[in-house]
Design a protein around this ligand. Structure first.
Ligand SMILES: [Zn+2]
Ligand SMILES: [Zn+2]
Length: 285
């Protein structure tokens, strides 16, 4: 290598590293920072510190390896036909969102939950104890090659007796979680109402399994939410900091991932997500 070639090699290496480093700085310009929480918002009730990329990178989050490399989705309870198609679409979506093979399992009946782990919610509908499900039921069904397993049910859930309900729940260490469609109007004649919500909760809960804490930085799928309206106001996309965490851990190519997710959002006419992610893609193209 002569001096000139050597210099060019160094300059291109520098250029490449600047390009890489800048990707998240560019994406940060698209972040809509969270405002001071209003009464009733998640952060008003649960003040949280968030999680920097540096803090995340020290947590040794789980990642796919030769032995454990799939996400399993376990349907629980008798789902309606439309609820079942929402589960199928969620499986397709998670494949694209995490870039990890996602597999739907044979469904199980909810009579696996004993009487003392059920109660009635404020509308007189039966609710299942989500903690019991993620600690006692789902772990026994986790396949050996599962990196993560998430149950999805049409039944309403509660995490502990003092809470009214929960949209979903996950463990930080075992790779086990559950999401409920019960409050998402999953049988609305417009299936997209339930779709946008269940893919959001599922991606969020699996994010926790990868040791992602709630995002307190910007509007992001990793924001904690207290209500349906707060959840609906959140995008399906990750903010620049949460994306950097996931891309670092799972080594996905941001552009390729954006393109695939945009096609999914377009196919199901999830307009605000299409727009948000197209803006992200433009910034790094
Ligand atoms: Zn959460
Ligand atoms: Zn975030």
């Amino acid at each position: 290598m002569n001096k000139v070639t050597f210099l060019i090699a160094i300059i291109s290496a520098l250029f490449f590293s600047c390009e890489k480093k800048d990707e998240y700085q560019k994406l940060a310009t698209n972040d809509i920072l969270l405002e001071k929480p209003k009464s009733g918002d998640w952060l008003a009730d649960h003040p949280e510190d968030g999680q920097t990329f540096e803090a995340y990178s020290k947590m040794s989050p789980m990642k796919p390896n030769e032995d454990r490399n799939k996400i399993y989705i376990l349907p629980i309870g008798g789902l309606t036909q439309q609820e079942d198609s929402l589960v199928n679409l969620t499986v397709e979506y998670l494949n694209l969102f995490y870039g990890i093979k996602t597999v739907k399992m044979q469904s199980i009946k909810d009579d696996i939950v004993p009487k003392d782990k059920r109660r009635l919610n404020e509308n007189g509908e039966e609710q299942l104890d989500a903690s019991y499900l993620i600690h006692e039921v789902v772990p026994k069904l986790k396949p050996n090659d599962a990196l993560a397993i998430m149950a999805i049910t049409g039944r309403d859930l509660y995490p502990k007796s003092s809470w009214n309900f929960v949209f979903g729940l996950a463990t930080y260490t075992e790779g086990i979680g559950i999401s409920s469609m019960a409050r998402y109007d999953p049988n609305n004649k417009d299936y997209r109402v339930g779709l946008r919500r269940i893919i959001k909760t599922s991606a969020h809960e699996i994010g926790h399994m990868f040791k992602m804490k709630h995002c307190t930085h910007a509007l992001c799928v990793m924001n904690g939410v207290n209500s349906l309206s707060e959840g609906d106001s959140r995008p399906n996309t990750l903010c620049s900091i949460c994306l950097k965490k996931m891309a670092w851990n799972l080594k996905f190519d941001n552009k390729e991932r954006f393109k695939k997710l945009i096609s999914f959002y377009e196919k199901h006419d999830l307009k605000s997500d299409v727009e948000k992610m197209k803006n992200q893609l433009e910034l790094i193209e």
